[in-house]
Design a protein around this ligand. Sequence first.
Ligand SMILES: [Zn+2]
Length: 254
Amino acid sequence: MNIYFLGTGTSQGIPIIGSTHPVCKSTDYKDKRLRVSLWISWEDHSYVIDCGPDFRQQMLASDCQKVDGILFTHEHSDHTAGLDDIRPFNFRQGEMPIYAHERVIENLKKRFDYVFETENRYPGAPSVKTIEVINNVPFVLADKTVTPINALHGDLQVFGYRIDNFAYLTDVKTVAPEEVEKLKNLDVLVLNALRIDPHNTHFNLQEALDFIALVKPKKTYLTHISHLLGFHEEVQKQLPENVFLAYDNLTITL
Ligand SMILES: [Zn+2]
Protein backbone atom coordinates (compact mmCIF):
# COMPACT_ATOMS: atom_id res chain seq x y z
CA MET A 1 0.00 0.00 0.00
CA ASN A 2 1.32 3.42 -0.93
CA ILE A 3 0.49 6.45 1.18
CA TYR A 4 0.95 9.83 -0.47
CA PHE A 5 0.55 13.01 1.58
CA LEU A 6 -1.33 15.35 -0.74
CA GLY A 7 -1.51 18.09 1.89
CA THR A 8 -0.36 18.42 5.50
CA GLY A 9 -1.47 21.93 6.47
CA THR A 10 -4.19 23.28 8.70
CA SER A 11 -7.22 25.11 7.34
CA GLN A 12 -5.52 28.22 5.91
CA GLY A 13 -2.59 26.31 4.44
CA ILE A 14 1.03 27.44 4.74
CA PRO A 15 2.01 30.07 3.75
CA ILE A 16 -1.03 31.99 4.95
CA ILE A 17 -2.14 34.68 2.51
CA GLY A 18 -0.38 37.96 3.38
CA SER A 19 1.51 36.53 6.37
CA THR A 20 5.01 37.74 7.26
CA HIS A 21 5.53 34.96 9.84
CA PRO A 22 9.00 33.39 9.36
CA VAL A 23 7.52 29.92 8.76
CA CYS A 24 5.25 31.37 6.06
CA LYS A 25 8.33 33.03 4.54
CA SER A 26 10.46 29.84 4.76
CA THR A 27 12.10 28.66 1.56
CA ASP A 28 12.17 25.03 2.77
CA TYR A 29 9.69 23.08 0.63
CA LYS A 30 8.78 21.06 3.74
CA ASP A 31 7.35 24.25 5.28
CA LYS A 32 4.84 24.69 2.45
CA ARG A 33 1.64 22.87 3.30
CA LEU A 34 -1.53 22.53 1.27
CA ARG A 35 -4.81 21.68 2.98
CA VAL A 36 -4.81 18.24 4.55
CA SER A 37 -5.50 15.23 2.32
CA LEU A 38 -4.12 11.75 1.72
CA TRP A 39 -3.95 9.44 -1.29
CA ILE A 40 -3.88 5.68 -0.65
CA SER A 41 -3.22 3.19 -3.42
CA TRP A 42 -2.50 -0.50 -3.75
CA GLU A 43 -2.41 -2.68 -6.86
CA ASP A 44 -4.73 -0.80 -9.23
CA HIS A 45 -6.91 0.67 -6.45
CA SER A 46 -6.78 4.35 -5.56
CA TYR A 47 -8.62 6.30 -2.86
CA VAL A 48 -8.36 9.80 -1.46
CA ILE A 49 -9.22 10.93 2.08
CA ASP A 50 -10.84 14.39 2.03
CA CYS A 51 -11.09 16.75 -0.87
CA GLY A 52 -10.18 20.26 0.22
CA PRO A 53 -9.72 23.50 -1.72
CA ASP A 54 -6.29 22.40 -3.02
CA PHE A 55 -7.59 19.14 -4.56
CA ARG A 56 -6.94 20.12 -8.18
CA GLN A 57 -3.40 21.25 -7.46
CA GLN A 58 -2.78 18.09 -5.41
CA MET A 59 -4.04 15.79 -8.15
CA LEU A 60 -1.74 17.52 -10.63
CA ALA A 61 1.30 17.49 -8.31
CA SER A 62 0.88 13.79 -7.45
CA ASP A 63 0.05 12.78 -11.03
CA CYS A 64 -2.92 10.82 -9.68
CA GLN A 65 -4.64 9.32 -12.74
CA LYS A 66 -7.63 7.63 -11.15
CA VAL A 67 -9.65 7.93 -7.93
CA ASP A 68 -11.95 5.03 -7.05
CA GLY A 69 -13.57 6.90 -4.17
CA ILE A 70 -13.24 9.70 -1.65
CA LEU A 71 -13.51 9.10 2.10
CA PHE A 72 -14.50 12.15 4.13
CA THR A 73 -13.48 12.73 7.72
CA HIS A 74 -15.93 15.62 8.30
CA GLU A 75 -17.60 18.52 6.55
CA HIS A 76 -15.30 21.47 7.27
CA SER A 77 -14.31 23.44 4.18
CA ASP A 78 -10.62 22.58 4.32
CA HIS A 79 -11.72 18.94 3.87
CA THR A 80 -14.54 19.34 1.34
CA ALA A 81 -14.24 22.56 -0.69
CA GLY A 82 -12.58 20.86 -3.69
CA LEU A 83 -15.51 18.61 -4.57
CA ASP A 84 -16.24 20.46 -7.81
CA ASP A 85 -12.84 19.43 -9.12
CA ILE A 86 -13.67 15.71 -9.26
CA ARG A 87 -15.15 16.38 -12.73
CA PRO A 88 -12.11 15.15 -14.71
CA PHE A 89 -12.49 11.81 -12.89
CA ASN A 90 -16.26 11.81 -13.59
CA PHE A 91 -15.65 12.35 -17.29
CA ARG A 92 -13.22 9.41 -17.42
CA GLN A 93 -14.69 7.07 -14.83
CA GLY A 94 -18.32 8.07 -14.19
CA GLU A 95 -19.90 8.64 -10.80
CA MET A 96 -17.48 9.14 -7.89
CA PRO A 97 -18.27 7.03 -4.80
CA ILE A 98 -18.04 9.19 -1.68
CA TYR A 99 -17.91 7.68 1.80
CA ALA A 100 -19.02 9.84 4.75
CA HIS A 101 -21.10 10.10 7.88
CA GLU A 102 -24.77 10.76 7.12
CA ARG A 103 -24.44 14.26 8.62
CA VAL A 104 -21.53 15.02 6.29
CA ILE A 105 -23.52 13.81 3.25
CA GLU A 106 -26.40 16.13 4.27
CA ASN A 107 -23.94 18.98 4.65
CA LEU A 108 -22.44 18.32 1.19
CA LYS A 109 -25.97 18.46 -0.25
CA LYS A 110 -26.25 22.02 1.07
CA ARG A 111 -22.77 23.16 0.08
CA PHE A 112 -22.92 21.56 -3.37
CA ASP A 113 -26.66 21.48 -4.11
CA TYR A 114 -26.03 21.33 -7.88
CA VAL A 115 -24.01 18.11 -7.49
CA PHE A 116 -27.05 16.38 -6.00
CA GLU A 117 -29.63 18.00 -8.35
CA THR A 118 -31.74 15.34 -10.03
CA GLU A 119 -33.93 17.53 -12.26
CA ASN A 120 -32.41 20.00 -14.73
CA ARG A 121 -28.89 18.90 -13.87
CA TYR A 122 -26.23 21.00 -15.55
CA PRO A 123 -24.51 18.61 -17.96
CA GLY A 124 -20.90 18.40 -16.73
CA ALA A 125 -21.75 18.97 -13.07
CA PRO A 126 -19.84 16.67 -10.74
CA SER A 127 -21.59 13.38 -10.00
CA VAL A 128 -21.28 11.31 -6.86
CA LYS A 129 -22.63 8.11 -5.38
CA THR A 130 -22.99 8.45 -1.61
CA ILE A 131 -22.10 5.65 0.77
CA GLU A 132 -22.91 6.26 4.43
CA VAL A 133 -20.19 5.43 6.94
CA ILE A 134 -21.60 4.17 10.23
CA ASN A 135 -19.67 3.95 13.47
CA ASN A 136 -18.66 0.40 14.41
CA VAL A 137 -19.55 -0.84 10.91
CA PRO A 138 -16.46 -1.71 8.86
CA PHE A 139 -16.84 -1.34 5.10
CA VAL A 140 -15.06 -2.64 2.05
CA LEU A 141 -12.87 -0.76 -0.42
CA ALA A 142 -11.93 -3.08 -3.28
CA ASP A 143 -10.36 -6.05 -1.43
CA LYS A 144 -9.65 -4.26 1.85
CA THR A 145 -11.74 -3.67 4.96
CA VAL A 146 -11.87 -0.18 6.43
CA THR A 147 -12.61 0.35 10.11
CA PRO A 148 -14.10 3.77 10.90
CA ILE A 149 -12.60 5.37 14.01
CA ASN A 150 -15.03 7.67 15.79
CA ALA A 151 -13.50 10.77 17.38
CA LEU A 152 -14.35 14.32 18.41
CA HIS A 153 -13.09 17.56 16.86
CA GLY A 154 -14.20 19.81 19.73
CA ASP A 155 -17.92 18.96 19.80
CA LEU A 156 -18.04 17.74 16.19
CA GLN A 157 -17.95 14.02 15.39
CA VAL A 158 -15.24 13.10 12.89
CA PHE A 159 -14.21 9.77 11.38
CA GLY A 160 -10.68 8.48 11.11
CA TYR A 161 -10.05 5.35 9.06
CA ARG A 162 -8.01 2.21 9.62
CA ILE A 163 -6.99 0.03 6.66
CA ASP A 164 -4.88 -3.01 7.56
CA ASN A 165 -2.17 -1.76 9.92
CA PHE A 166 -2.42 1.81 8.73
CA ALA A 167 -4.67 4.47 10.30
CA TYR A 168 -5.43 8.09 9.49
CA LEU A 169 -6.83 10.43 12.14
CA THR A 170 -7.10 14.13 11.55
CA ASP A 171 -8.89 17.04 13.26
CA VAL A 172 -9.08 15.06 16.45
CA LYS A 173 -9.15 16.43 19.98
CA THR A 174 -10.77 13.55 21.94
CA VAL A 175 -10.77 9.80 21.30
CA ALA A 176 -12.79 7.49 23.54
CA PRO A 177 -11.06 4.39 24.99
CA GLU A 178 -13.16 1.97 22.90
CA GLU A 179 -11.91 3.74 19.75
CA VAL A 180 -8.29 3.61 20.96
CA GLU A 181 -8.78 -0.19 21.10
CA LYS A 182 -9.37 -0.15 17.33
CA LEU A 183 -5.90 1.35 16.85
CA LYS A 184 -3.82 -1.45 18.35
CA ASN A 185 -0.88 -2.99 16.45
CA LEU A 186 -0.49 -0.25 13.86
CA ASP A 187 2.55 -0.09 11.64
CA VAL A 188 1.80 3.51 10.68
CA LEU A 189 -0.47 6.10 12.26
CA VAL A 190 -1.07 9.49 10.69
CA LEU A 191 -2.24 11.93 13.35
CA ASN A 192 -3.01 15.64 13.59
CA ALA A 193 -0.74 17.96 15.61
CA LEU A 194 -1.61 21.62 15.14
CA ARG A 195 0.88 23.70 17.10
CA ILE A 196 2.65 24.00 20.47
CA ASP A 197 -0.10 25.92 22.32
CA PRO A 198 -3.34 24.13 23.22
CA HIS A 199 -6.33 24.48 20.89
CA ASN A 200 -10.05 23.82 21.54
CA THR A 201 -10.64 21.43 18.66
CA HIS A 202 -7.24 19.98 17.60
CA PHE A 203 -4.45 18.09 19.38
CA ASN A 204 -1.47 20.29 20.05
CA LEU A 205 1.97 18.63 19.79
CA GLN A 206 2.01 17.38 23.39
CA GLU A 207 -1.49 15.88 23.14
CA ALA A 208 -0.49 14.14 19.92
CA LEU A 209 2.66 12.72 21.57
CA ASP A 210 0.62 11.55 24.58
CA PHE A 211 -1.84 9.84 22.22
CA ILE A 212 1.04 8.16 20.37
CA ALA A 213 2.39 6.88 23.71
CA LEU A 214 -1.05 5.39 24.38
CA VAL A 215 -1.59 3.77 20.96
CA LYS A 216 2.06 2.73 20.38
CA PRO A 217 2.14 2.52 16.58
CA LYS A 218 5.49 1.49 15.08
CA LYS A 219 5.72 4.85 13.28
CA THR A 220 3.67 8.03 13.37
CA TYR A 221 3.50 10.88 10.88
CA LEU A 222 2.06 14.19 12.09
CA THR A 223 -0.20 16.24 9.84
CA HIS A 224 -2.74 19.15 9.82
CA ILE A 225 0.07 21.44 10.89
CA SER A 226 -0.08 25.20 11.49
CA HIS A 227 2.79 27.62 10.84
CA LEU A 228 2.73 28.08 14.64
CA LEU A 229 4.26 24.61 15.13
CA GLY A 230 7.53 26.04 13.79
CA PHE A 231 10.03 25.18 11.06
CA HIS A 232 9.87 21.58 9.85
CA GLU A 233 13.59 21.02 10.30
CA GLU A 234 13.70 22.33 13.88
CA VAL A 235 10.54 20.59 15.08
CA GLN A 236 11.58 17.26 13.53
CA LYS A 237 14.83 17.27 15.57
CA GLN A 238 12.85 17.47 18.83
CA LEU A 239 10.47 14.60 18.11
CA PRO A 240 10.78 11.15 19.72
CA GLU A 241 12.13 8.23 17.73
CA ASN A 242 9.67 6.96 15.10
CA VAL A 243 7.61 10.17 15.13
CA PHE A 244 7.94 12.27 12.00
CA LEU A 245 6.47 15.46 10.66
CA ALA A 246 4.73 14.66 7.40
CA TYR A 247 5.20 17.09 4.52
CA ASP A 248 3.46 17.58 1.20
CA ASN A 249 4.31 14.98 -1.45
CA LEU A 250 5.91 12.63 1.09
CA THR A 251 5.25 9.01 0.08
CA ILE A 252 5.51 5.97 2.31
CA THR A 253 5.05 2.32 1.43
CA LEU A 254 3.59 -0.26 3.78
ZN1 LIG B 1 -9.23 20.59 9.17
